[in-house]
Design a protein around this ligand. Sequence first.
Ligand code: ADP
Length: 477
Amino acid sequence: MKKILFASSETHPLIKTGGLADVAGSLPIALSELGQEVRIIMPNYQGINNYEPGRYLCTVRVNNCDVNILETHLPNSGVIVWLVDYPPFFNFPGNPYVDEAGLPWPDIGDRFALFCRIVVEVAMDRAYLNWKPDVVHCNDWQTGLVPALLSLEHHRPATIFTIHNMAYQGVFPSTTYTLLNLPGQLWNPNGLEYHGMLSFIKGGLSFADRITTVSPTYAEEIQKPEFGYGLEGLLAYRRDILSGIINGIDTSVWNPSTDAHITQTYSADSLPDKKLNKTVLQQQLGLPIDAETPLFALIGRLVDQKGIDLVLSCLPEMTHLPLQFTLLGSGDKSVELKLLNFARLYPEKVAITIGYDEHLAHQIEAGADMFLMPSRFEPCGLNQMYSQRYGTLPIVRKTGGLADTVVDTLPGSMADGTASGFVFSDAVPAALLEAIKRSLVLFDNKPVWEKLQRNAMSKDFSWLNSANQYMELYREI
Ligand code: ADP
């Protein structure tokens, strides 16, 4: 049994802005189920959905601040959450990173530096909690100073630093370093200094005992300039301790045989039942009801990362193919307008829903035949895993977690029963279109298509699988 302190700036369902919260709200539960003693530590924001009010535990003084530690639990699990309570930093409306108007908090560096200092005090058992972890598992730049500060301590716990997205690094002017009262010996290019600035993420990358990211392919990609954002050299230097572990999905929420959002539940053994979901979806979207016309779907943020420009370039030709296309998402306003324009011009083929709608997302996963995910980069990605569980074959670009979770349909993978979707390499419209056409050919061959659906639906994307891989790492360090 190991004691694990899991440090994160957000945890679902207490507070969430992105995928990090999903991991922080799921992995600790899976680790507990494997018999580990896990405590989550995060800031006590005003916006937290506190199902159970935090109970006062103690006050710790760091950097002239008196900081309270409160205790609560993850709802529906026994996992303890320690809330770092310092109202002058965290008791504001807005989310962990931006205010209500969407502007970044001006003192965000001070806030997370204080958070990191408290994590260190807890990790060294100097916070009167009478609990010392074996491993401190840090996540993203907001916790980056923890491995750096712990490196200066004797008899310290081992540290893991997980990168959820290299695009966010926590870089501040050098003056911040002095204002934060950080130890002088960490200010050098092998430490927290990055081209004369303070980099929080470098604390994790330079000092953690192990670095992980959320897919094996992304772990390779971030060692290259295109994805490393200036830190590819450091990552390549530390590649011996860098690895990728795919995130799990919540298999109770995303389960076609129990999903309360969908009209007709189904499983790999009752694939014909999936059809009713398609009929209902076509009706709801105002598309012609036709089981034989393949229905392609896309759900996601309409941003560059997701390759939405490739889809826009393919749409004119797609409207000449025997297919329907539906998209649910929001983001870039000009993209939204172009998509809506296609829907206006081709109401028999294209249905666009702008917005965020979890209920509809489940109905689309159940009702569609193919799911498009042509991302330019994708640290892990979730929708391609949901799609496979729902027998909705994903068409993905070969990058990050997409490359690791979807097996392209080729003679070899069809023969050995691993084929579960369609994969293309180049981020160009012609390559996406070619993959779409490949899927169209197979869609007409029902026995083959159903075999692919069953392959996809039988894959294990559970957290248990990923938690076991993290356990392996904890044991090593
Ligand atoms: P990212 O975290 O980069 O946005 P992921 O595929 O990892 O991409 O996860 C996105 C999650 O958000 C998925 O659960 C997806 O279904 C959901 N999602 C994204 N956009 C929407 C939307 N417009 N409506 C409902 N769910 C959405």
